[in-house]
Design a protein around this ligand. Structure first.
Ligand code: HEC
Ligand code: HEC
Length: 479
């Protein structure tokens, strides 16, 4: 009532204006509203991310059809994947080997959402890990209680000219009760950031990992050559001001050891789950193993165990005979792919839009696995929504890290299965908003890197009606 009372004098004032002035005001205000609307439609999306799907976790279960012994490996692997490690194994309920430098204390700390094997949880476990058992670590500025789990790489050496590219672990064991005598400094992340020499990676989920391993190289290479007209058109269309277009190209990353297609990690830099497990054990947790047997930091006073710290347990039997790394690999190999939510009219239309505007030219909806020595992994449709190829993504996403054939601006098409229950997006976890994740695919080339291959597709996305955009987002959150 009082609001109306306050408005009344203004309305009266408006009606007392000369008719011409009133008409002009009306047109000006109308035009303003129209322009705002048009600008919204063109530059951003009217639609919004429906948010994390809250129904029960659509991932984390073993794949159907495992034999009892395979299932025993899955269970033993899950237990090991979740075990927190300490330096000497003297802290209760821990295994040995942590450090001297580390990013996390268990695989499941980082691979947690929506179940063990997944991605960053809503509360970042790195904050507690920093000072566990008396460790005196400072928490770097890019690690926050409610932000994504992150690891850091420095693209260049301290001279900013020679390449580095490696992971620089956030924490050391210095100060921990089980690491007396070890005195290490954390890297100076602020200095690296000030020099523009710091990039981040967030965890990728490992659900369906065994299916990704079981896709034949030939299927990936055949897919790379499919729809080449459409891929070419999309590239040209996205570059109206440039005569040379690269189109959607996409090429495999390959192993320097045997030349086959590598598939795992943000740049498809790793060959297998077992190699990734061995690398993660040493790089993320500082635990030497049969695949990576040497400490990354051999500072005197900081080695507390014989190497490799994880090894075959010759005197055990069953899954316990195998090293932790083998058990990690088995757990991940036997994890089923995420189960999408049942379709609705909106998600069905969204799936169609996803194809029509060209998202699926990179995010290939399905591959079928080949014949596997594990029956449960043989000839299974793997709905990963990735071509497993590298694409140029423009200067905005480029991280200047070269891994195998992957250049500084190239990334593996991120698999979208399980997307509905993921909290953070893109390799550095820069956003938790799906709309932003899509818009960040767009990038105009500069003197270092070409245009993003996704430009034309993202232009198509911006031109969609609000309803089609919304349906596309509902579809993505149904995965
Ligand atoms: C501190 C956090 C952290 C810990 C601990 C950690 N990871 Fe990861 N994991 C990551 C990050 C970050 C990536 C992405 C790395 C990249 O591609 O640069 C990743 C990627 C992976 C991938 C690749 C999946 C794919 O398809 O891309 C596998 C497999 C994996 N981790 C397994 C493990 C295992 C096994 C352990 C325990 C031994 C482990 N991780 C511990 C952060 C972590
Ligand atoms: C040229 C190939 C290409 C096209 C076309 C493309 N994407 Fe992507 N997409 C990628 C790559 C590569 C990444 C990973 C980029 C990064 O993390 O820096 C990605 C990441 C994503 C992510 C984040 C996933 C995650 O795990 O963080 C989403 C969501 C996504 N794309 C949706 C889409 C949608 C929707 C479309 C169509 C509008 C689309 N993409 C078109 C290549 C493509």
């Amino acid at each position: 009532m009082s609001q109306i009372a306050r408005l009344l004098p203004r309305l009266t004032a408006y009606s007392q204006l000369p008719r011409l002035t009133r008409a002009t005001l009306f047109v000006v205000v109308g035009l303003f509203c129209f322009l705002i609307g048009a600008q919204r439609a063109l530059t951003q999306s009217a639609a919004h991310d429906p948010g994390v799907r809250s129904s029960p976790a659509g991932a984390g279960a073993p794949i159907a059809g495992l034999t009892p012994n395979q299932r025993a490996y899955f269970d033993a692997g899950l237990e090991e994947f979740s075990e927190v490690e300490s330096v000497k194994g003297t802290v209760s309920n821990t295994g040995a080997g942590l450090g001297p430098r580390f990013n996390g204390e268990s695989c499941a700390q980082c691979h947690a959402q929506p179940a063990a094997g997944g991605t960053s949880p809503s509360v970042n476990p790195q904050v507690a890990a920093a000072n566990n058992q008396g460790a005196t670590n400072q928490i770097p500025f890019f690690i926050t209680a409610n932000g994504p789990v992150r690891e850091a790489r420095f693209p260049y050496a301290a001279d900013l000219r020679h390449p580095d590219g490696g992971v620089h672990a956030l924490f050391t064991v210095t100060g921990r009760g089980d690491a007396v005598g070890c005195n290490l400094k954390q890297p100076n992340f602020q200095q690296a950031a000030d020099a523009g020499n710091l990039i981040f990676r967030i965890p990728t989920p490992v659900f369906g990992g065994g299916l990704i391993e079981a896709i034949p190289d030939s299927a990936i290479l055949a897919q790379a050559n499919m729809q080449s007209d459409a891929k070419h058109r999309m590239g040209i269309g996205g570059r109206p001001n440039r005569s040379l277009g690269i189109g959607i190209t996409g090429s495999p990353n390959t192993s320097g050891n045997d030349g086959t297609v590598t598939r795992f990690g943000w740049k498809a830099q790793n060959k297998s789950l077992e190699i990734f497990a061995g690398e993660a054990y040493n790089v993320e947790m500082g635990i030497t193993n049969e695949l990576f047997p040497n400490e990354r930091d051999e500072t005197p006073g900081c080695s507390f165990n014989g190497t490799p710290e994880d090894a075959t347990n010759f005197d055990a039997s069953g899954p316990e005979l195998s090293s932790d790394v083998v058990r990690f690999a088995m757990f991940m190999r036997f994890l089923d792919q995420p189960q999408p939510a049942p379709p609705t009219p909106s998600t069905r239309n969204g799936a169609k839009v996803f194809q029509q505007i060209g998202c699926s030219l990179c995010h290939t909806p399905t591959f079928t696995t080949g014949q596997s020595s594990v029956g449960a992994l043989s000839n299974i449709p793997a709905n990963l929504f990735s071509d497993l190829l590298l694409h140029h993504m423009g200067p905005g996403l480029a991280d200047n890290i070269v891994q195998g054939q992957a250049q500084g601006d190239e990334f593996r098409t991120a698999p979208l299965w399980g997307l509905g229950q993921r909290l953070y997006f893109l390799h550095d976890g820069r956003t938790s908003d799906l709309v932003k994740a899509i818009l960040h695919h767009y990038g105009a080339g500069d003197h270092h890197y070409p245009d993003s291959e996704a430009n034309a597709v993202i232009s198509n996305f911006k031109k969609l009606s609000g309803q089609d955009q919304q349906d596309l987002l509902s579809f993505l959150r149904s995965l």
